[in-house]
Design a protein around this ligand. Sequence first.
Ligand code: PEP
Length: 275
Amino acid sequence: MSIQPVGQSFGRSVVGQKSVWIGTNWKMNKGPAEAVAAARALESFRPPPGVRSFVIPPFTSLRDVCSVLEDSALMVGAQNMHWKDSGAWTGEVSAPMIAECGASLVEIGHSERRQHFGETDWTVNLKVLAALRHGLRPLICIGDTLDEFEFGVSPETLARQTKIALNGVAQKDLGQVLIAYEPVWAIGSAGRPAEAAFVSEIHTRLRAVVREIAGESGVRIPLLYGGSVSQANIRDYVALPDVDGVFVGRAAWEPADFMKLVNSVSGLVSRKAAA
Ligand code: PEP
């Protein structure tokens, strides 16, 4: 699956309409058989106009899922990558390997990678640059910890993570980048969904950060929210002016739930496009 063309302003599709992005990370779930079954269930799904959807299976299922979804409306991504193309990096997977599987997107810097596997802002930046070199869209995950949230320094943390992640990215490549704001305290079964008003404030600040980086290119980098998104709250987040979509875990792992979530924003897309 190749990267889909995008308009000059990335949050808008080639027909000039604003896009809403909805994707799910399957994490360490779904081995090849289960993943292929899920992909087959999604194969003929058509998201509402203006909605761009993706799934991110684990590595062992990546090639199979890419094959099943090759002609579908869904993009497929990988959950992580190394910044080198090849070499003595046991257990790692590189951007060219991911691209060869047929994926078009790669998740970089998820908080579980930062928390448990030593991922840093610096390695996130190296990976972003390598992903772009190989034609993969980096989906950069940023997030504040509970301590940072409680000390009121979330905006500073997120600005730092964003600026380092995008350091050295050519203006021509900014249109390929996606950013997901995922508060560490909001994700997973122990998390609590962030208040929509808080997400709105954070995304507006992030918009200013990325606008400064995008400079005169005018590229609108899509800013997704992730963290305990569910059927009950997805519309609250997607309706926010600086939220360009959502990145979902548990609530979207079942294909039927994923399709329901994606369909549930249909009325909002045209309203956002008109805004
Ligand atoms: C995540 O871990 O990135 C995530 C968004 O998970 P959940 O939706 O299950 O909170």
